[in-house]
Design a protein around this ligand. Sequence first.
Ligand code: F6P
Length: 553
Amino acid sequence: MSDSPSGSPSLTRRPEWTALEDHRTDALPQPDLRELFAADPGRAERYVVHVGDLRIDYSKHLVTDETLALLQELATATDVFGQRDAMFRGEKINATENRAVLHTALRAPRDAVVEVDGENVVPGVHAVLDKMSGFANRVRSGEWTGHTGKRIRNVVNIGIGGSDLGPAMAYDALRPFTARELTFRFVSNVDGSDLHEATRDLDPAETLFIVASKTFTTIETITNATSARSWLLDGLGGDEKAVATHFVALSTNAEKVADFGIDVDNMFEFWDWVGGRYSYDSAIGLSLMIAIGPDRFREMLDGFRIVDEHFRNAPAEANAPLLLGLLGIWYGNFHGAQSHAVLPYSHYLSKFTAYLQQLDMESNGKSVDRDGRPVEWQTGPVVWGTPGTNGQHAYYQLIHQGTKLIPADLIGFARPVAELSDELKAQHDLLMANLFAQGQALAFGKTAEEVRAEGVPDEQVPHRTFQGNHPTTTILATELTPSVLGQLVALYEHKVFVQGAVWNIDSFDQWGVELGKVLAKRVEPALTEGADVPGLDPSTAALVAAYRNLREV
Ligand code: F6P
């Protein structure tokens, strides 16, 4: 690829890039973790970075001091910190949408000044947080009543993508902090079964719908919200006035909210400089705030801010998002790794990886650079994973003994949540023993000699040998509190930023989801009305015909 119009060399022609390629080739077949630890007794303590309550151990990575220094040189050459500062300053770094990228302003303190187009956005952020707090308190206390005067006992968030995954993930993560007397459900899928299952046992008179949509045009959300309104009105005798106390909206689009029939006084606003996948600490978190209360929500924002400040101020060698981003680049761009596993050893983080899938894959799933030229380097990885212990009995086999290199994050906590019985609390050591054992097995494996020494017959030895050298990061914290959750999310947000900055891609647009949306709208009449769809390819036309025939059977 030629150099960019601005004259900076293409990424793969930078000397810092080729130095990493050479370094990788020199170390072939690849560094051995047993040898690296044997050569450096202090490695386990030195390769740890602390941010807030997180202890991040990266000692089990296929890197040396030289690798890390070379990666940092790449970050310097691509001006990652300069790009970071431009983001925090509110510059329009989302060029294809001509937008600032300021999710960090959502957790800025009241007295901070963050300007977009010359206007300080922080007072607006806190005005919305205050409005959310007032509303959340009224729902939690029972003061906010529904159309019949009954108190609200059920909260149903209707949204999709960033308007669903964040609050749904965080609600699960922080369950021990939630108002247990209230029921929370999250509806995203346009499959009517989702809304059906979420509402079938609820009393409409006690149910509040939160319609969450940045654009308020997303077809899945508007369709579900419309059906929810019918469900409500059917259940409450058809009085349209019921909508006012049973529906609120979270959006940037007041006009569309009003068109839908929701009073804009019951709209909680956010702004175009908040990307959907970076939005659950904005008004999009209203359902979470009702669940955990405004004080806990603010503790979570404080957690985000701790990592924002760290990312802004920590030197390169101790900057956690920078390190994690660069390690991902090391594997993706120099070892051919295609995916990255995130494996929480916490049941409460069951949806964490699904949340990160949107954060990472919608941000960095790009194949042209900021100048629109095809990239010649790997960009974002496939992010996947489920809670670790379950994964151990499903797909860990492939990580241990398959042919693919899969870097993984193991996330665990020192203490179980307070409300468990003593017996269940005692299980926590077993849970964490699994995390530590997996990290060890992945890194150090089991040699053929070790297997033989156990008396295993020769023909079985290859099958029972573990090659090791599977890299992991271990992230440990004391407990999964609101602040710690905020810290974890901000850590990954900024890691994704670092990678996009090095790859010279726009991490903040998502044009790739548009085509499918447009085609779905075009195909729908063929299903509902049997209309001819011009330009339908033969394969899809045959599928549509088969679907229609099957439906009639
Ligand atoms: O289709 C992708 C997307 O635009 C995501 O980026 C976004 O989080 C999601 O749809 C939902 O969008 P909205 O909040 O506007 O309904």
